[in-house]
Design a protein. Structure first.
Length: 588
C-alpha cells in the first residue's frame, strides 16, 4: 500500500473537515452537514460522508477526499497536502530521493529560472531606461503598487542579458527547454526570447511562475503579444491568468469573470474586483473551464467590444456550454473594454452591470430579436430557429422552462408551444440524450452503487452478478459500466479513480446520488450486503423474464418464416431458461 492510501485508511475525513468546518450529523446516517468553506452560504449544503470518506457541496460542486480538501483549503499541491496531513496526525513522510529523475529536475530548474527572470525583469522596469514602460503603465492606470503585486517587468532590447544571468547561475543545461531563450538558427548560441517588451508573469494555480507574456512597446514590433511556449511547467490549456489570486474571491462571490486580456485582469483587480481571469493568449480550452468550475459554477464573459472580441467570446461561450457552465454575458456601454470602462466609470458601476448581466440564453434571445422582426409570424419562427441550437445545450428541465417563459413573454406566443420545441431539442451537442434525463434515479441503483463504493469487500461478490442484461436499462448505466471496467483492472479501486473515468455531467450526478437523502443508509456492511443481494435477485429475475419474452418472440418469428430448425433451437433454450427460472423461485 502506498503512503497516500495509508493516510486515507488511517485518517477519518470527518476529523479532517471538522477542524475547519462545524459539522452536524444528519440523523443516524453517515452524512455530516455544515456550511461550505469554499463559498458563502447561509444554509448548509456541504456534506461529508464518513462511510465513503468523501465530501460534496450541493451549492458550488466542490468534492473530493481528504487530500482534495486540504489542497483547496490551503492552496497547496498534492504532495504538500500529504505532508500537512502526515504532520498533523503523526505520520512520517517517506523520504523521496532528491532529484529522483531528470523530469523533476527540469521542472524544478525551470521554476527557479522563472523566479530569476522575474527579478531581472522587475529590476529593469525600475531602472532609468524603463521610463517608457512605466509611463505606459501609468497611462493605463496601473500604479507602482499594482505593478509590484503582479510582478510586471521589462525585457531589455539587447537580447542576451537574461542568458548571461542564467548561465552564471548554472542553468545552461536547461536553456532550450525553459522557454526563456531561443537557440540561434546557425547553432552559434542563444538569445533572449523576450526583448523590448512589458512582461507579465503567468502563475499556476498554486502561485508558482509557469511562464510569461510580453507586450510590444515599440511601434512596428510584432506580434503585439508574445507568450512563452509550452514547457514542463507551462501547459497553456490548463492555466488561467490570475486564477491563483481569483480563486478565493470566486468562491465567495459564486462567480468568475472571464475577460480577454492581461490588462483587463489587472485593471479590474486594482479596482478591487479580483474574481477575474483570462486565458493565456490562446482560445479558451475545456481544461481551463474545468479549472474555473472548481471555484465557481457561474462564469460572466466580458470580452472586448471589437469584432475579434466578439469572435473570441462566441468561441469561449461554446466551450463553457460544452462543460455545462452557467454563462452570463456582460456588454459594456460606449464600446469600452473592461479596463477602459472601470477607469472611466469606476468599480461600483462595473459591479452593478456585472450583477445585471443576463443569462446567456436571454442575451442570445435579445440578439435574435435585433436580427429578426419578432412582430411577424415569420420573424418569430426565425427567432426560434436561431435559438434552438443553443437550447440543445440546456440539460436542466427547470432552466428550459424558464427560458421558454421568457421567450413567450416577448414573442407573444404560447409558452407551451415554445416549451414543446425546447423539449424536442433537449439533446447534447454530440447528438446524444443529455445524461440529466428527467426521470429520477431508481432506489435500487443508488443502493447497489453505495454498497459497491462504500464496502470494497463486497465487490467480489456483487460486481460479477451485474451482467450486461441487468445494467443495460439502468439510469446510471455509464457509471456502472465504468465501475465494472475499473473493478476488472483493480478490484480495490477508490472513489476518486471512478470519478476520474467519468464525464463531468456523470461525475456531478454520481456525487448527488451518493449524498442524496432518498435511500436510507446502512452503516453495517452485513445489512448492506443483504440489501444488495435482495436487489440483485429482483434484477436477475427481471432480466430472465425479459430474456424469456425475447426468446418467445424470436421463436414465433422463426416459425412464421418457416425456419423450423431455428424455432426448435429457440424453444429448447426457452425451456431450459424456464426450468432455471422455476428452480430460482422454488429454491430447488
Amino acid at each position: 500500500m502506498d503512503f497516500a492510501r495509508q493516510l486515507k485508511a488511517a485518517i477519518n475525513i470527518v476529523d479532517v473537515v471538522g477542524e475547519e468546518v462545524r459539522l452536524k450529523r444528519a440523523g443516524s446516517s453517515q452524512r455530516y452537514m455544515g456550511l461550505c468553506p469554499f463559498h458563502t452560504e447561509k444554509t448548509p449544503s456541504f456534506s461529508v460522508h464518513s462511510g465513503m470518506q468523501i465530501f460534496y457541496c450541493f451549492g458550488c460542486g466542490a468534492k473530493g477526499d481528504i487530500f482534495e480538501f486540504i489542497k483547496e483549503m490551503h492552496h497547496v499541491t498534492f504532495p504538500e497536502a500529504m505532508k500537512i496531513l502526515a504532520d498533523r496526525y503523526g505520520f512520517e513522510m517517506p523520504q523521496r530521493p532528491f532529484h529522483s529523475d531528470r523530469e523533476s529536475r527540469l521542472r524544478e530548474a525551470i521554476h527557479r529560472m522563472n523566479e530569476i527572470a522575474v527579478a531581472h525583469f522587475r529590476g529593469l522596469l525600475m531602472e532609468p531606461h524603463g521610463a517608457a514602460a512605466r509611463r505606459y503603465l501609468e497611462e493605463r492606470g496601473v500604479s507602482a503598487r499594482t505593478a509590484d503585486e503582479f510582478g510586471l517587468g521589462l525585457a531589455g532590447r539587447g537580447g542576451s542579458a537574461l542568458i548571461q544571468i542564467l548561465r552564471r547561475e548554472g542553468f545552461e543545461e536547461y536553456f532550450e527547454e525553459s522557454g526563456l531563450v531561443i537557440k540561434r538558427q546557425d547553432g552559434s548560441g542563444f538569445f533572449d526570447r523576450f526583448r523590448g517588451r512589458l512582461i507579465f508573469p503567468i502563475h499556476n494555480e498554486q502561485g508558482k511562475i509557469a511562464g510569461f507574456a510580453g507586450r510590444a512597446l515599440a511601434e512596428g514590433d510584432e506580434p503585439k503579444y508574445l507568450n512563452s511556449p509550452e514547457t514542463a511547467v507551462y501547459k497553456k490549456s490548463l492555466i488561467l491568468y490570475n486564477l491563483n489570486r481569483a480563486r478565493d474571491a470566486a468562491r465567495k462571490e459564486g462567480r468568475i469573470l472571464l475577460v480577454e486580456g492581461y490588462m483587463d485582469v489587472i485593471g479590474l483587480c486594482s479596482a478591487g474586483i479580483t474574481e477575474v481571469v483570462a486565458s493565456c493568449g490562446t482560445a479558451l480550452t475545456h481544461g481551463q473551464v474545468k479549472l474555473m468550475k472548481r471555484f465557481a459554477g457561474q462564469v460572466i464573459v466580458n470580452f472586448d467590444p471589437d469584432a475579434a472580441g466578439a469572435r473570441g467570446a462566441a468561441k469561449s461561450i461554446e466551450v463553457l456550454l460544452d462543460e455545462n457552465a452557467r454563462v452570463r454575458v456582460l456588454e459594456l456601454d460606449e464600446d469600452l473594454d473592461p479596463d477602459e470602462y472601470i477607469r472611466k466609470h469606476g468599480a461600483e458601476r462595473y459591479r452593478e452591470l456585472a450583477s445585471q448581466a443576463p443569462n446567456y440564453y436571454f442575451w442570445l434571445a435579445d440578439q435574435a430579436r435585433k436580427r429578426f422582426d419578432s412582430r411577424t409570424a415569420e420573424g418569430r419562427g426565425q427567432v426560434l430557429q436561431f435559438l434552438l441550437p443553443a437550447v440543445q445545450r440546456i440539460p436542466d428541465k427547470i432552466e428550459r422552462a424558464g427560458v421558454a417563459g421568457d421567450l413567450a413573454a416577448y414573442l407573444g406566443v404560447d409558452r407551451g408551444i415554445i416549451l414543446d420545441q425546447f423539449k424536442k431539442a433537449a439533446i447534447d451537442p454530440r447528438g446524444r440524450k443529455s445524461p440529466f434525463r428527467e426521470e429520477p434515479v431508481p432506489a435500487v441503483e443508488k443502493l447497489l452503487l453505495r454498497a459497491l463504493l462504500q464496502y470494497p469487500d463486497l465487490r467480489g461478490e456483487l460486481a460479477p452478478r451485474l451482467e450486461r442484461e441487468i445494467i443495460e436499462g439502468f439510469r446510471l448505466r455509464p457509471i456502472f459500466e465504468a465501475l465494472l471496467a475499473l473493478f476488472g483492472a483493480q478490484p480495490d479501486f477508490e472513489y476518486a479513480e471512478l470519478d476520474a473515468r467519468l464525464e463531468d455531467s456523470w461525475r456531478d450526478l454520481l456525487s448527488r446520488v451518493l449524498f442524496a437523502d432518498e435511500v436510507e443508509e446502512n452503516g453495517d456492511m452485513d445489512q448492506a450486503r443483504l440489501d444488495a443481494i435482495s436487489c440483485l435477485r429482483t434484477l436477475e429475475m427481471r432480466a430472465r423474464e425479459g430474456r424469456v419474452a425475447s426468446l418467445q418472440r424470436m421463436a414465433k418469428e422463426a416459425i412464421d418464416r418457416g425456419e423450423t430448425k431455428e424455432a426448435m433451437r429457440l424453444m429448447e433454450e426457452l425451456d431450459a431458461l424456464k426450468r432455471q427460472h422455476r428452480r430460482v423461485r422454488t429454491g430447488r
